[in-house]
Design a protein around this ligand. Structure first.
Ligand code: A2P
Length: 284
């Protein structure tokens, strides 16, 4: 695990005149490991979104060698901040030869990024029927939309219990999620709106697969063996009570989706709310 570097928020940075189309200004950058970082930026005044949605963000690409023209290089990123936050937060992987993230990982406070303010996505409360328990299943940066939903008051109003599973390769890759969940205990807005102790509804189940940690293994395997339910002290998923959101790498999404269907859960969408929804953590 590499050391976390936190760059302080600078309000003067937001006064820069934007040079890019749909430009927003970076206000904070935190590096968690050599593969992961998060950043915050200004939010377009008119932009509304539902917690859990994603937007296209990026930087200007390199000039075309023949025409000299530059085009924006954009990727889909889940918004990790809740819809009431004045700023926007994102959680990103760093791919050494990734067209966007190889450059995005070097952004600093005061830099501009491009943000197309048209949020969409299926990891939203609207796509689920009412239920009692809500499961968030994430791998790697797939935690991002849940970071938004965990800071969204509706999540606590709609459910009696939340179970968050996060599987990562290494221990350092769990830090972002761990810190976020710890931070809920002192979140003033949630404490005010939902009431003190709302965070007690949360059960957090972090696991690693390639570095030793208190709980090792893929969540899919741990559910199949029954270990995850025993560790958490909860019953297996049941379509009468359980709702779920999945966000991780493609193989994980496919495998877990099949498992949820075996438990009897049906996939939902904005237009047809059901028991679970799935979205890919977008990689570069
Ligand atoms: P593993 O280390 O066994 O591949 P990545 O960083 O490659 O996106 O992976 C994030 C985490 O997701 C890793 O811990 C990885 O485990 C795990 N993972 C990958 N595929 C699956 C799958 N089909 N089911 C459950 N977990 C998976």
């Amino acid at each position: 695990m590499t050391e976390m570097i936190s760059v302080p928020n600078t309000t003067t940075a937001t006064k820069a005149v934007p040079a890019l189309p749909d430009a927003q200004i970076v206000t904070q950058v935190k590096h968690y490991t050599d593969r992961l970082f998060s950043f915050r930026c200004t939010r377009p005044a008119s932009m509304r979104f539902r917690s859990g949605e994603f937007v296209m963000i990026g930087l200007m690409g390199d000039p075309n060698p023949e025409t000299g023209k530059v085009k924006p290089l954009l990727r889909a990123y889940s918004i990790a901040s809740p819809n009431w936050d004045e700023e926007l937060e994102f959680y990103s992987i760093k791919v050494p030869d990734g067209p966007l993230t190889s450059r995005l990982q070097h952004i600093n406070v005061g830099d501009e990024i491009i943000l197309r303010p048209k949020p969409v996505g299926t990891l939203v409360h609207d796509a689920l029927r009412p239920g009692k328990r809500l499961w968030f299943f994430a791998t790697g940066t797939g935690f991002a939309p849940f970071a938004s939903l965990l800071r969204e008051p509706q999540t606590y109003e709609d459910y009696d219990e939340m179970i968050i599973t996060h599987t990562c390769r290494e221990v350092g890759e769990l830090t972002y999620g761990h810190d976020l969940i710890e931070g809920l205990k002192t979140d003033e807005l949630l404490n005010e709106v939902i009431g003190d102790g709302f965070w007690k509804k949360i059960k957090y189940y972090p696991t690693t697969t390639r570095e030793h940690s208190p709980k090792m293994g893929r969540i899919t395997d741990l559910m199949r063996s029954g270990a995850a339910f025993a560790d958490l002290g909860v019953s297996v998923l049941n379509p009468d009570t359980d709702r779920a959101m999945i966000c991780g790498n493609l193989a994980f999404n496919i495998e877990l989706k099949a498992m949820l269907e075996e438990y009897g859960l049906i996939e939902g969408a904005n237009s047809n709310p059901q028991h679970y929804v799935v979205e890919k953590a977008f990689l570069d």
